[in-house]
Design a binder for this molecule. Structure first.
Ligand SMILES: CC(C)(COP(=O)(O)OP(=O)(O)OC[C@H]1O[C@@H](n2cnc3c(N)ncnc32)[C@H](O)[C@@H]1OP(=O)(O)O)[C@@H](O)C(=O)NCCC(=O)NCCS
Length: 186
């Protein structure tokens, strides 16, 4: 089932996306913002990754599509813990020029709607490098997430250590937010 935001649509990742995903995976600009790290990835590696994508219900990965633009990024809901009803969420928008236009907020709202209104989860986890102001502003300032902790000097980037900010959102936070913002109303 695709997830619909107000403008974006989240769908399954397809083989045709792999060239773009490979460019993003190898982009130093994008990887600088992400908490994950890896060696350069060939298109063959990317295909192996695609073929290994889990079809079980524990890790869900989405391509973000915007009208007229097509594929603009990826989002996920992984490590879904059905017993305690939580999961980890992350996302990226590939092209710098389409950031800061609200697509990320719309994506996170769609992911939260799915997680809380369809899957019945109780909370979502996330984390970011302390210098990722756009991500912090987006999750904490716009999407109702809260800072829940900080692991000091967790990341090594550009010759320096940086803290990991641990963030999270509960079902109650989400429903309070959509009530306040009337986000569901078109
Ligand atoms: C983090 C990310 C998803 C946010 O996307 P976005 O398109 O900027 O988000 P939105 O436009 O929906 O909203 C973000 C808010 O942060 C603000 N913002 C964006 N970039 C900013 C920056 N560099 N400095 C300060 N504020 C910034 C936006 O202006 C907006 O607030 P506003 O509406 O009050 O102006 C995007 O920057 C991205 O993909 N970055 C690279 C990958 C990444 O960091 N992923 C997250 C890892 S935790």
């Amino acid at each position: 089932m695709n997830l619909k935001g107000k403008t974006v649509e989240l769908r399954a990742i397809k083989k045709e996306d792999l060239v773009t995903l490979n460019q993003w995976a190898n982009s130093p600009e994008i990887q600088y913002w992400l908490g994950t790290w890896h060696f350069p990835i060939t298109e063959t590696d990317q295909e192996k990754w695609f073929n290994s994508l889990s079809t079980n219900s524990l890790h869900q990965r989405f391509a973000i599509e915007a009208p007229e633009l097509g594929l603009i990024g990826t989002a996920n809901l992984v490590d879904i813990n059905w017993k305690d009803r939580n999961a980890f969420h992350g996302m990226l928008l590939g092209d710098k020029d389409i950031r800061g236009k609200g697509y990320a907020v719309d994506t996170v709202m769609a992911v939260m709607k799915y997680a809380f209104e369809e899957l019945g989860l109780e909370r979502l986890d996330g984390s970011m490098i302390e210098y990722n102001v756009a991500s912090l502003k987006m999750y904490l300032g716009k999407c109702g997430w809260k800072e829940e902790g900080r692991q000091r000097k967790w990341y090594f980037r550009k010759g320096k250590f940086w803290d990991k900010i641990i963030v999270g959102v509960t079902r109650d936070d989400y429903f309070t937010l959509i009530e306040e913002k009337k986000y569901g109303d078109k």
